[in-house]
Design a protein around this ligand. Sequence first.
Ligand code: SF4
Ligand code: SF4
Length: 366
Amino acid sequence: MTSFLANEQALEDWLRRQAERHEVYWPQRMGKASYAFQRLRRRSPLRLDRLDDAPASKPFRASACVVPPGRLLAPMQELLYRFEPDDDGGYRFIPCLDPTERLIAGIRPCDLKAIHLMDAVNAEGVPDAHYLTRRAHTTLIASNCLQPCDAHCFCEAAGSLDWREGADVFLTPQADGQQLVECLTPRGEALCADAGFSPCDAPEERRQSAEAHRPQPFGRQFDAPLVKVMAAVDETWDSPVWDKHVERCFSCGTCNLVCPTCYCFDMRDDLDIEHPGCGSRSRCADGCMLPEFAEVAGGHNFRATPAARQRHRVKRKLAYLPTQFADGSFCVGCGRCGHQCTVDIDIFDIANDLAAASEAPHAADD
Ligand code: SF4
Ligand code: SF4
């Protein structure tokens, strides 16, 4: 695949030219400390990473970007289809698919891995036409991380720091102030073909030399290797750790809604009373930390306590889904849930405590 070098201005001009042709999304600062992937407009600020950025001056951060970029592919709320009576006494279903050409740029490696995982989830079983239609029309430009986003980040520990799969173009800042532009797919090649960037013959060396500037360790690290942490989560059912980490939880569901690998939704049908028999079906994001999520007919709730819900959430990320898809941890270590939880409940601490508890000698062994 082809690689280029581009100075900051050339790359910015190129992204702004793309925005004249398609919807281009770029992480933009909202208020003092948050970011949101928003349409790049003529006057939108656009600041790329630099190799000598201090941690505090990193231009955009995954965990502070409340809504992950993958939500542009699976919106919190969406119309799925309309229905109306047909001439044979049945119903006609009119799907509402979104084939808008989009380019999402500034995706951090953790969020890139999350999109890769959601690609697998949405292609499995009955493929999700709504997600897959958006995905087929979306180009991804990822930005390498040479500094952790903040104190919540644990992407290296979760195995997503070096993730590149799924990116059409991958950017890495260079010591000479340029950006290494690696085209990783034919779509990325086509996008860069007329950009006027300079060819680069040694992209691997260039990227590795930039990555040598990463601090060691990079972000928070578990006290045990990831495989042991995942095994501990998998093997633990009854444990005081689940209760310890929900004492302050008020079951708001924020940790679900901000997570780039949470994808549960609820469905709703709306009838159009002015046109009998016509209506629409839509869905909206749901979350397993919400008390009514597991409530079934008759009022029975099979995850009635916050600890049971927390156990389910953590096991989904670190045990159930990794077993089903064999793609490593479904927690990509973005740090959003810990950062955005009002009472500082953090999946990193829960997983670490479970690993420590599984290493501790059992009373029965004494
Ligand atoms: S964000 Fe925090 S308080 Fe809200 S449900 Fe999740 S763990 Fe509980
Ligand atoms: S569980 Fe938390 S840290 Fe892990 S991917 Fe989801 S939001 Fe990020």
